[in-house]
Design a binder for this molecule. Sequence first.
Ligand code: FES
Length: 206
Amino acid sequence: MPALTIDGRTIEFQPGATILDAARAAGIDVPTLCWYPRLPTVGNCRICLVTVEGQDKLMPACATPAADGMVVQTESPAAVENRRGVLQFLLERYPAAHLQNGGREHPRNEFERYVVRYDVPVRPRHELPLRTGDERPGDVMIQHDMSLCVLCTRCVRACLDIQEVGVLEVGERGGETCIVVGGDGDPDHAGCTWCGECVRVCPTGA
Ligand code: FES
């Protein structure tokens, strides 16, 4: 069986596996936000980037096929610096005041656990407002708090690819990008079955 080296460990992998697959199978925790099991890989959050020997650039562990003889470092200085930059960028539009002044002992979700793990400082937000989107007003089953959204799009893909419903969409562009309930914003009209898959996969609890 082919094998690669990750963080100094030799790890065998099945053909077709990614670096992330091989790492996780060996218990090596590479951070991910946009990647989620059973969802199509989009590779857009860039938090999983790792150092691969012989490559000039960091490579996305979730989207890079493992190769026989490959040598990977998941926590190289460059990978950690990139990861901290990604998290810092996302914090620019995230309500994180509770993570200041000792609140870091109680991260509320997957995203905040990464902020704490990589010791990313929470700075006062200035220019960018918190994100908004369809918050499903009047829905007694599922509420969205889009100020927590980091645009990983797991919810959009889970609704479409796992549940095959497609209620959620990425709306607007640039700094206005947000997650919306399709059509007129009414989950009923959009065909929502209230399965809760969007709630289950969200890394921030939005
Ligand atoms: Fe790999 Fe988002 S988890 S790019």
